[in-house]
Write a protein that binds this ligand. Structure first.
Ligand SMILES: C[S@@+](CC[C@H](N)C(=O)[O-])C[C@H]1O[C@@H](n2cnc3c(N)ncnc32)[C@H](O)[C@@H]1O
Length: 281
């Protein structure tokens, strides 16, 4: 049965679930197995109501064929993605960057360094990287440091560019960083312009294989806590694309619960002093 409406709630049939979950999976990689049907139903029903659709089938056709479908994908991405992040999350890898990788690169007389935070959410990760680079005075050495931060969600990118955070974003941060790099703004904290200027935010879908050509010669990629939302085949596709963006011996950092085991032999796992990273062979 389609067209089920119960107590003002629009119900999703199994067929509608299959159609919509595979459309979403193809577009952004998010994967919903049948146990997540109710989650998808409740999250997407907000959009059905906003657009006055009576069934999920109508919504499916809208997403597939309507001239305004791109704007609708933007809206559902904002609803469906998990954007959990905070300053100084999993800092071991950022320590590896500033204490081990950059000093090694400088020994080779390298004067420009390109870092990519490839699922940056609301900006806490790339801004943490920028603050740690400043702590080591790399910003004062006449180096050309580029920090590119990308995400698929326009909502979180707007938050990142705005650069104002509540106390919750600092649950792992030392007070010294708040005093030094933020200005109190009511109950919130606004990031200093000097740090803000170091990070360039852009929209990027990790599944968009052709768009990767924009990101070349990267020294270090942070792609943390996003592969967990993808199926194996998509993880592999993303990792292969990231591999092409890195320089020879460039480093890929994943989240603590993620690994390349099964997905790529084109990287070598390296134990640094402060954690693990994958080196492009
Ligand atoms: C849990 S957050 C991780 C943020 C940060 N890297 C960290 O570890 O704290 C995952 C982010 O991945 C983004 N994301 C999900 N699918 C994506 C895709 N296909 N392309 C780019 N970003 C995606 C989400 O919008 C979300 O902001």
């Amino acid at each position: 049965m389609s067209n089920l409406i119960e107590q003002n709630k629009i119900l999703m049939t199994d067929e509608e679930f299959k159609l919509l979950s595979s459309l979403i999976n193809e577009f952004c990689g998010l994967y919903y197995d049948s146990s997540k049907k109710f989650l998808l139903e409740s999250r997407l029903s907000v959009r059905l109501k906003a657009l006055n659709f009576r069934t999920f089938k109508e919504y499916y056709y809208y997403l597939k064929y309507d001239s305004k479908k791109n704007a609708e994908y933007d809206a559902i991405i904002d609803i469906l993605t998990t954007n959990e992040t905070y300053f100084f999350r999993e800092t071991g890898q950022i320590k590896i960057l500033v204490d081990e990788i950059i000093p090694e690169l400088l020994k080779t007389n390298k004067r420009s360094i390109k870092i990519w935070s490839a699922a940056s959410s609301s900006g806490e990760e790339p801004y943490t990287i920028a603050m740690e680079l400043c702590e080591k005075n790399f910003d004062k050495m006449g180096l050309n440091i580029e920090i590119i931060a990308t995400d698929i969600s326009l909502r979180v990118l707007e938050q990142a560019k705005y650069g104002v955070y509540s106390q919750f974003s600092f649950r792992s941060a030392n007070q010294m960083y708040l005093n030094k790099y933020f200005i109190k703004d009511g109950l919130k904290y606004r990031i200093n312009d000097s740090i803000k200027k170091m990070v360039k935010f852009e929209r990027f879908n990790l599944l968009d294989t052709f768009a990767y050509s924009k990101y070349t010669n990267i020294d270090v990629i942070f792609c943390r806590n996003v592969l967990i939302y993808f199926e194996d085949a998509i993880k592999k596709k993303v990792v292969d694309s990231l591999h092409k963006c890195l320089k020879q011996n460039g480093v890929l950092f994943l989240g603590h619960s993620e690994s390349l085991f099964k997905f790529s032999v084109a990287f070598e796992l390296k134990q640094f002093k402060n954690g693990l990273g994958y080196i492009k062979k």
